[in-house]
Design a protein around this ligand. Sequence first.
Ligand SMILES: *Cc1c(COP(=O)(O)O)cnc(C)c1O
Length: 234
Amino acid sequence: MPDIKDNLNRIRQEIFQSCLKSGRRPEEVKLVAVSKNFPEEAVREAFSQGQLIFGENRVQELVGKKAVLPGDIKWHLIGTLQRNKVKDIIAKVDLIHSVDSVRLAGEISKQALKAGLLVNILLQVNVSGELTKQGFSPDELLEYIQEISELPGIKIKGLMTMAPQTADSEEVRPVFSGLRRLAQAIKALNIEGVEMLELSMGMSDDFKIAVEEGATLVRIGSRIFGPRKYWGES
Ligand SMILES: *Cc1c(COP(=O)(O)O)cnc(C)c1O
């Protein structure tokens, strides 16, 4: 088993350093430990080291883990959410990072009303414009954000993006700064109920750059838990 304690400490240190480097306060940046494909024992180990927020990309896996793991854990859904799964998840998550269409936002709203919940969401943006990436284009988001904000039962807390996979991690910087600028542009619209408090960006390979560019949530899996294949093979 990878040394989760050491890995967590190292990442916390690196986040701290990136904050210092960019004049940010370390408490502005929260670590989301991405536990997808890793067993409950890995989550328990990280939790025992003070890690509170865990990210999963599949509804079933999140629901299964939540049922057996400590109730203090905050679960974030970070992966694509299908509309027919919304009702299974909304009561179980503190934040959904991956709202990528008006229809999905509408379904979350509908189910939230039924359940009497206020669901925190981030809107996923495809900043890089890659065809394979989910999310609103920046222009689409500016067009639809007012409409989404008027849906009852949901609270827009900020934006999320995935950077392209690239050998040169500096190539992702414009994607992260682009998300930050988009959040600023949305803030300037002063839409009621829309908070641009959170920017979810940065993963194992690029979180330092994301922190330098304003990330408030970094989603880190393999740097904490090891390569995802490891667990399947053991
Ligand atoms: C898997 C995943 C991550 C974490 O990836 P690592 O490279 O292992 O840190 C972050 N965000 C999303 C949306 C993911 O699916």
